[in-house]
Design a protein. Structure first.
Length: 247
């Protein structure tokens, strides 16, 4: 597969329990989904941007930007529908081309400019099944996870020693979580034609690679707090661009 003909599938569901309408809400002067769409359109590795949504505002905006718009059916737009089923529906709707696929969540308006291209490059160069972005868990580290019972007694989540006897953040071993920034994968992986272990993430295949992002480089909006953080970062980035342009 080539690194310059990937297809981006932007998933933008209308509903959200945590923050209703988050994909179409204004964020630093643009609808939230537009930040993701514009990054995909500007990426060197992407030749087509497909937007799958049941949100009329998102679909209209995507069409105005020149994207291919897929009507996301109701059965794939509720809060228990899986992202891989929605992505497969969009992929099949455009004819299932044999090219790299990039899944992007519309509620992630903050990403490094090169993240999409870096993921596609890793996918093609390594010939792996999928590439996903990850970030450090920071102070929410599994070593500091506990159980608190009804009486308030604190016990380690696992093992016998509270906090693994580690009390400084800088002494914690590296632990990463998916940050929602990007998933790049092959058609065989997405369509579950790879002999991967069954389960909700079998569409990622067997050979799974990761790109590590720094704290704050990817903001996945699930709550009002996330929205505030994302808007602050985007406004700061726009101010920096204006300053650089004036120099």
């Amino acid at each position: 597969m080539n690194t310059d003909n990937a297809i981006a599938i932007v998933l933008a569901r209308a509903g959200s329990k945590g923050l209703p309408g988050k994909n179409s809400m204004l964020l630093a002067g643009k609808p939230c989904a537009q930040w993701t769409i514009e990054l995909a359109l500007s990426s060197n590795s992407i030749r087509q941007v497909v937007v799958s949504s049941d949100d009329e505002q998102v679909k209209n905006g995507a069409q105005n930007l020149g994207c291919t718009v897929i009507d996301r059916p109701e059965e794939l737009a509720h809060d228990t529908a899986t992202i891989d089923n929605a992505a497969r529906h969009a992929f099949e709707s455009i004819g299932s081309p044999d090219v790299p696929i990039v899944i992007l969540y519309a509620n992630v308006p903050v990403r490094p400019d090169s993240l999409i291209d870096d993921a596609v490059s890793m996918l093609c160069d390594s010939k792996c099944d999928s590439v996903q972005s990850y970030t450090q868990v920071g102070k929410h580290h599994p070593w500091w996870t506990v159980r608190v019972d009804e009486s308030g007694e604190v016990q380690p989540w696992e093992g016998d020693v509270l906090y693994h006897n580690c009390f400084r953040r800088q002494d914690l071993p590296s632990a990463l979580i998916p940050d929602g920034g990007v998933v790049a994968l092959t058609p065989d992986a997405l369509m579950c034609r790879v002999d991967a272990p069954s389960g909700p993430h079998c569409f990622l295949g067997n050979d799974r690679r990761g790109i590590i992002t720094r704290e704050g480089e990817v903001i996945d909006i699930d709550s009002r707090i996330d929205q505030i953080v994302a808007e602050t970062i985007l406004n700061e980035q726009m101010r920096e661009r204006v300053v650089h342009a004036d120099r």
